[in-house]
Design a protein. Structure first.
Length: 574
């Protein structure tokens, strides 16, 4: 028996209908755990080994290298002949790279270009931004330009547009950035798709040539595609409609980074004769879990809809743990996990999921107090987050203003324009006078400070010292107004507000403030509060098996035997 015949026999009816579909557009609505990878790889093998399609005319696009490598291996495991050429099975960005290597010269650019990573991009932008007046942070501009590229906005178009009239500097920075890339024969990660789109859009002959080359196109995780990727796919389908997309409208969780749910919802409108197949048998979860999930997602107004059926049977009921606050919740979760561990459950089989990273704070403390080892996937421990460490640094200064380590951390939080050379001069003079940096600034006039830096910076530094002194007094009064005054005088939130992840940063800061207020009610001193945090932050980080903690976004594609979903309430968990 041929391998492909055996593979087809192992599929259910919906999977088989998808795998054996040949010509015309096909939307495979694949629910969680419904065997979509098996279906796609079988279709690749079927087209090659059974139908006789030239492998080089097949293009399969994924979002991760891991997915493409797995699919390639699984497809060729069920192909009998080893004499076939490999079909192109890669990520969108890898396809863009290969495409540009062949065709970028049509844009007057060399195909010996180098790809810069995100750190390189930040360095280039930082060198450009220093000469431009802007209220946006470096990271904010970085994210805006990335967003513009994924929205198919070129620098030249932006200069003529009124879209960013409130931030005219964006067009200037974007244009200067693009000029730098071209002059140095560089492309960034977003260019791999944007320039591919530009070539296909502007060159009809290339568009038709590429479409004829790739006669059979497949896309995994289609619900995660953005408008730019959709347009590239449309261009590649210029001479045919042999596009097979696999996705789940109920798993569209990347709208915040540009994914467009309309791509999957409107697929049948974009491709008039599209066939839709629903993979509704779930091989991963029990009936009780699927019923809860289905009842929740049924309230979603933007979905095509499907009815998932469990292949595993009824299973244990979903447990609801009701708590009055996050401390009680973390204590109950830690207790439940301890019970599981005591009964022999592997910590690697346990996960805690939350909607926003700020919710990890109380959970981290709950697990630490219960001596349960854990690891954060795709995130940073709460007290290790930049914005929290900045506030802690200020609090440390309130206790001991003469510790240069903490002052140097926040001397530009928020921005005060103090450069490295100015800091070197200030530290040198402070050392000569046998003073801390704080003491030197406090005891030196604006005029004398200006000799080492500028008048503007000198005034900002003196104001910082004055504000810190006011807050050192306020913290001792314990009248409940301290945090309000801290926000007013230091305004650390303004430093993070303009960042693309500003909302998360502010959420984390407010979470920290809440914890601080609770501690003040317990009459703990500021030093006791900070020492407790230090002990929590420096707790056991040894290797070994650990419980996993992560956001919902980070959990995509992972499986665990025991899962705790926390903060499942209105305005926190959509």
């Amino acid at each position: 028996m041929k391998k492909i015949t055996k593979a087809l026999a192992s599929l259910n009816d919906a999977q088989k209908a998808s795998a054996t579909h040949i010509d015309g557009a096909l939307l495979i609505l694949a629910g969680a755990g419904s065997g979509k990878t098996k279906t796609i790889t079988t279709r690749v093998a079927y087209l090659i080994d059974e139908v006789g399609i030239d492998p080089t005319s097949i293009l399969t696009l994924t979002f991760t290298n891991k997915a493409s490598n797995e699919m390639r291996q699984r497809a060729f495991d069920i192909i009998d002949s080893n004499g076939y050429a490999f079909p192109l099975l890669c990520t969108f960005h890898k396809f863009g790279l290969l495409f540009l290597k062949f065709h970028i010269e049509r844009l007057g650019r060399s195909n010996t270009f180098s790809i810069i990573d995100s750190e390189d991009r930040k360095k280039i932008l930082k060198s450009i931004i220093k000469d431009v007046e802007t209220t946006l942070s470096n990271s904010g501009i970085y994210e805006v330009i990335s967003g513009l590229k994924n929205a198919m906005s070129f620098a030249d178009d932006l200069i003529k547009s009124s879209k960013y009239s409130d931030y005219p500097e964006i067009a200037i920075i974007y244009s200067a950035y693009e000029k730098y890339l071209i002059e140095n024969n560089l492309v960034d990660f977003d260019d791999l798709l944007l320039l591919t789109y530009k070539l296909l859009r502007d060159d009809k002959n290339l568009r038709e040539e590429s479409s004829k080359k790739y006669q059979y196109i497949m896309v995994d995780e289609y619900q995660d595609t953005n408008e730019l990727q959709f347009n590239i796919l449309q261009f590649l389908c210029a001479t045919h409609e042999n596009l097979c997309v696999v996705g789940d409208d109920d798993q569209s969780i990347y709208g915040w980074r540009g994914a467009d749910i309309r791509n999957i919802l409107d697929f049948s409108l974009k491709f008039k004769n599209a066939k839709v197949v629903k993979l509704e048998i779930n091989y991963r979860s029990t009936k009780s879990i699927l019923e809860v999930a289905s009842n929740v997602i049924a309230n979603n107004t933007q979905r095509i809809g499907k009815n998932l059926i469990s292949h595993k049977g009824e299973g244990e009921s979903v447990h609801v743990l009701i708590s009055h606050n996050e401390i009680e919740e973390s204590t109950k979760v830690a207790l439940a996990i301890n019970t599981l561990l005591t009964s022999g459950v592997n910590p690697e089989d346990i996960a805690i999921l939350y909607r926003v990273n700020a919710l990890s704070r109380s959970l981290e403390e709950g697990l630490m107090k219960a001596n349960i080892p854990f690891k954060l996937l795709g995130g940073v421990r709460f007290y290790d987050r930049m914005e929290i460490k900045d506030i802690i640094a200020y609090f440390r200064i309130f206790i001991n203003p003469h510790d240069d380590f903490w002052l140097l951390r926040v001397i530009n939080r928020p921005k005060r324009g103090v450069g490295e050379k100015s800091i070197e001069k200030l530290l040198f003079e402070a050392k000569i006078q046998n003073l801390s940096l704080y003491g030197f600034i406090a005891n030196t006039s604006v005029e004398n400070l200006a000799k080492l830096t500028t008048t503007k910076i000198s005034i900002a530094l003196k104001e910082m010292i004055e504000n810190i002194e006011k807050l050192r007094v306020a913290i001792t009064l314990d009248n409940g107004d301290f945090l309000d005054l801290f926000d007013k005088l230091i305004d650390i939130k303004s430093f993070y507000k303009s960042r693309i992840d500003g909302e998360d940063k502010i959420f984390n800061i407010d979470e920290f403030y809440g914890y601080f207020r609770d501690n003040r009610k317990a009459k703990n001193s500021l030093e006791e509060f900070l020492n407790e945090i230090s002990l929590l932050s420096d707790s056991d980080n040894s290797e070994g098996k650990k419980v996993s903690m992560m956001s919902i976004h980070s959990s995509k594609g992972l499986e665990f035997e025991h899962i705790f979903v926390v903060g499942l309430e209105e305005r926190i968990f959509p």
